[in-house]
Design a protein around this ligand. Sequence first.
Ligand code: CA
Length: 334
Amino acid sequence: MSDSSLFTDLDVDRDGKQFGYIQAPRSTNTAGWANLFIPLIVIRRGDGPTALLFGGNHGDEYEGPVTLLNLARYIQPEQVHGRIILVPALNLPAVQANTRLSPLDGRNMNRAFPGSPSDTITGQIAHFVSSVLIPLADVVVDIHSGGRSMLFLPSVNMHRVRDPRQMSEMMRLALAWGAPYVFIYRDVAGGGLLPGYAESLGKPTLGTEMGSASQYGPATLKLTYNGLCNVLAEAGILKLPAGRYVPAEPSQIVASELRDDYIMSPASGIFEPLVELGDGVAAGQPIGCIHFIEQPSWEPLIIRAKTEGFIISRRAIPLTQQGDCVAVVARRIA
Ligand code: CA
């Protein structure tokens, strides 16, 4: 039993398709007694495995919300074996504000797990997810993209977990997506991630980095929608009448597991990239530079790769603060 003060009007054990909400208490200057209504959809047919799908963990990443809203309307219970639970806008206030962080408490939902009932609103939502929803799940998918600040080559991603059986199950599901890359990453900007928490419970868990710079077109959305359907089919939860989506190229399995693969700017200024996504780099190679607008005579500061590989991600916003991640180097491992 969860001690959360959040609740849902949906019966997650009922067959059929239900649209409803997770309600979270809040109080504002103009509404003393109010609730946040976070959309929740449950599609169930009989006993079977449960997939738990999230979008909008970061509010400025809209691939997840669009894909899950489409999926929620298109999937019929007759196609489902077991249950699909969809949360298309987990950090609802951030999705509505087009911000990465919640405008209510300034928090990053993807650093708030597992959360607690006495936390600020972001941690209370995380706690509802970790104490009520994640225990129901056999498969967890958290759809991310570059948000406003990053460009990414499209990937399905995961940490390298200790249990080899869990890792191979996660790799099987990730390869089913059909994304150009399956990407193994490490946390370099804090813990408390939703995927990390679900992984720690032994749940097969996938994240993604689908689009770049809060922009997308039909190709990115098709990869997100079709890939997610493929994963649900691979997990035995969704029957696809039209068959699997087959990508032009099989996924490359790549990893950025060294701290030095994540290149942080040593100074504040205007970032000029010298490499593009997908470019190969050698250790020591310049990948960008920082210009100092207050000192026009100064040479720009060269930023170099510390490891060899290729650029899987780089910063999308030119104006850069010291410590911002300006590029990520990955290597093919299979
Ligand atoms: Ca993200």
